[in-house]
Design a protein around this ligand. Structure first.
Ligand code: ATP
Ligand code: LTN
Length: 335
């Protein structure tokens, strides 16, 4: 069976971009692939996280994975910091990555821009991501468009390591769907919808109540004119809203254009709010059910034990190739 790996940071409430660009897609792979989905808390602490809030954010991210439809019987769900091999392989790969290539990462440039001081972890963030992926002999990495450059770096590091030390890592492929892999901000269609956006009107959170969803969609910026027509270059705001409509309903863009022909933005936004609510209400119900069931610690513990078994074998392989000490065998650690 081919293996799939992906991760989401527990750095705040998940939004529609994370849902359509990542976690809803994760569900598509769970039948027929061996899936590992991780809550990447070590990535989240590259920027300050309140230690009182972080445990809840980790738990919530896991609950939303489940609420989106991931079945813990079919997939391995775990928290990154419960599996020590991630930080260990990350250090090894930092010794293979170059300062120059990390300096070219656009996410780092965006996140560091205008800041007086940023953590060294924010700079080496993509190396930890490469370690996450390579530790599972991953074939496929489903991510949103913004992570493409990081998956390419991961491939470069794997190739460099393999040619320097001998065949060790499997070469992963990114899976970035054509449609919905970059949902835009509701307030500025030139920016991606993001958890770290200070304006909450720019995103719809997975836990937004119905009236909030209606309000945010009503306030969403639109383009000049009044036609519901998909022209991403000329009318990026309405194209983004149509993308969300298409993802919620499964309708094609021409079908949506036809359905709203002769109608204006107000009618379209009203219907859009309805279809978003229809998509999110069952997710919110399942979130509550999983939270009340109390099953989560058990699911994450089982996931961490399995993730440790697989990743420790790959870490051992890498340490052997490098000639590092193996007096303590990573595969013999007890969890
Ligand atoms: P931040 O914006 O604070 O950096 P984020 O919202 O991008 O965070 P991540 O945890 O970094 O969240 O991303 C989780 C997954 O969601 C990744 O696969 C990422 O590509 C995807 N994703 C994030 N934002 C969007 C978006 N606007 N459209 C589609 N996919 C997205
Ligand atoms: N950097 C990713 C989150 C992430 C990830 C991964 C995604 C960390 N490790 C491994 C896929 C595979 C992001 O979405 N910001």
């Amino acid at each position: 069976m081919k293996r799939v790996f992906s991760g989401v940071q527990p750095s705040g409430v998940l939004h529609l971009g994370n849902y359509f660009g990542a976690i809803r897609r994760f569900v598509d792979f769970q039948d027929g692939y061996d899936c590992y989905y991780c809550i990447v808390d070590l990535h989240a602490i590259t920027v300050y996280q309140d230690p009182k809030e972080l445990p809840k954010q980790i738990q919530d991210t896991a609950l939303y994975y489940l609420a989106a439809g991931l079945d813990p019987k079919k997939t391995t769900l775990f928290v990154q910091s419960d599996v020590p091999c991630h930080a260990e392989l990350s250090w090894i790969l930092e010794c293979v990555a170059t300062f120059g290539e990390l300096s070219r990462m656009t996410q780092f440039k965006d996140k560091a821009e205008g800041k007086e001081s940023v953590s060294a972890g924010l700079f080496t963030y993509p190396v930890l991501m490469a370690a996450d992926i390579l530790l599972y002999d991953t074939d496929i990495v489903p991510v949103g468009e913004d992570q493409k450059q990081h998956v390419e770096l991961c491939r470069d590091l794997a190739e460099r390591f393999n040619s320097r030390y001998g065949e060790t890592f499997k070469m992963p492929e990114p899976f970035i769907p054509q449609f919905g892999s970059r949902i835009k901000s509701l307030q500025d269609p030139n920016k991606k919808m993001s958890k770290s956006d200070p304006d909450p009107n720019s995103y719809i959170s997975l836990d937004d109540p119905k009236d909030e969803i209606v309000k945010k969609i009503r306030r969403a910026v639109t383009d000049s004119g009044r036609e519901i027509i998909y022209l991403p270059e000329e009318k990026p705001a309405i194209a983004n809203l149509m993308t969300i409509y298409a993802l919620c309903t499964g309708k094609s863009l021409p079908e949506i254009e036809q359905h709203f022909s002769g109608k204006g933005y107000a009618d379209f936004k009203k219907d859009l709010a309805d279809v978003v609510i229809q998509e999110l209400m069952p997710v919110q119900e399942r979130y509550k059910d999983y939270r009340n069931s109390g099953d989560l610690p058990h699911i994450l513990r089982e996931g961490a034990v399995k993730a440790n078994q697989v990743s420790s074998g790959v870490l051992k392989r890498a340490k052997e190739r490098l000639g590092l000490s193996l007096l303590i065998d990573p595969t013999q650690r007890k969890f």
